[in-house]
Write a protein that binds this ligand. Structure first.
Ligand code: HEC
Ligand code: HEC
Length: 250
């Protein structure tokens, strides 16, 4: 009887030890899983921020446009830091560049500067959101395409002025990255849904051609690209105005 109890006791102790050892062995995996899930969530949040704030200039996948360089290529991930003589990591380079922007253009071909994004310097993004964007950009590294994908020129698609205007505002010129129009878009610039009814076509034209002529109340100068006058044709601007007229008052 007593031996049976001792035996049962021993078995119970052994099972407990085995369980503890098993959990111990698997703990690093669980931590990795947790880290993986955490990074996944950050990338997802970063994708949303990138689409809203960065894609009008850099393209939805970082492929570049006439307004900003490609930042998703093999060349970028492999050689950019070496070319610049920057000794830190890619994450650090991205974080610094995005937080502070580029007060001075590194290449005069860009129509406007890379804006400042961190709240620390008067930009619209919190530093944790910038961390999310950096995780999103880093997630492109393993499948980074080679350079050579020509940046898309500003094109308008559609049969009517309103349709072409909409395609310019949403895709070609990327106005909705910064402006909400008819319920969708960003909040870096003022909501433009009713701008036609409230301020009229001449004001819109002037705001596109000379963004710094009048600064909308509560918003900063220097964020709206200054070069739509060179990149958009007269017809493009008329189409955008026609589209803004059609959504106005909705
Ligand atoms: C108004 C257009 C515009 C927007 C919006 C914009 N950028 Fe840029 N970005 C630029 C330009 C122009 C450059 C090149 C600046 C230079 O080198 O003079 C640049 C450069 C960069 C670089 C450095 C590229 C390199 O080759 O070293 C990174 C990284 C970057 N941008 C990330 C972002 C992120 C992330 C966002 C969104 C939070 C963003 N950009 C939004 C215009 C823009
Ligand atoms: C990178 C962000 C950004 C992009 C892209 C952008 N804007 Fe702006 N826009 C702003 C900001 C910020 C302001 C407010 C400051 C100012 O008035 O210059 C503004 C102001 C305006 C105003 C004046 C609004 C008012 O109520 O006074 C109009 C109109 C306008 N933008 C139209 C456009 C159009 C059309 C496009 C696309 C062709 C465009 N914007 C693209 C950031 C942007």
């Amino acid at each position: 009887m007593i031996y049976t109890r001792i035996l049962i006791g021993l078995i119970a102790i052994l099972v407990t030890i085995a369980t503890i050892v098993f959990i111990g062995i698997n703990e690093p995996d669980r931590q990795d899983e947790f880290k993986g899930a955490f990074l996944g969530r950050s990338i997802e949040v970063g994708a949303g921020v990138f689409e809203q704030y960065c894609s009008p200039c850099h393209g939805l996948k970082g492929q570049g446009s006439p307004r900003a360089p490609q930042i998703n290529s093999k060349e970028f991930f492999e050689n950019r830091l070496r070319d610049l003589g920057y000794a830190g990591t890619m994450e650090a380079y991205l974080t610094l560049t995005i937080r502070g922007g580029r007060p001075v253009k590194s290449d005069p071909k860009w129509p406007q500067n890379m804006p400042t994004w961190s709240v620390d310097f008067g930009g619209p993004l919190r530093n944790d959101q910038i961390g999310n964007v950096v995780d999103f950009i880093m997630s492109w590294e393993k499948d980074a395409p080679s350079v050579g994908t020509e940046p898309a020129a500003i094109t308008a698609v559609g049969d009517t002025p309103e349709e072409r205007g909409r395609s310019l505002v949403e895709v070609g010129a990327g106005c909705i990255a910064c402006h909400t129009i008819g319920g969708t878009g960003g909040s870096v610039g003022p909501n433009l849904t009713n701008v036609y009814a409230e301020k009229g076509p001449d004001y819109i034209r002037e705001s596109i051609l000379m963004p710094s002529a009048v600064i909308a109340e509560g918003f900063s100068d220097g964020i709206m690209p200054q070069t739509f006058g060179q990149t958009l044709t007269e017809e493009n601007i008329n189409d955008i105005i026609a589209y803004l007229k059609s959504v106005s008052g909705q």
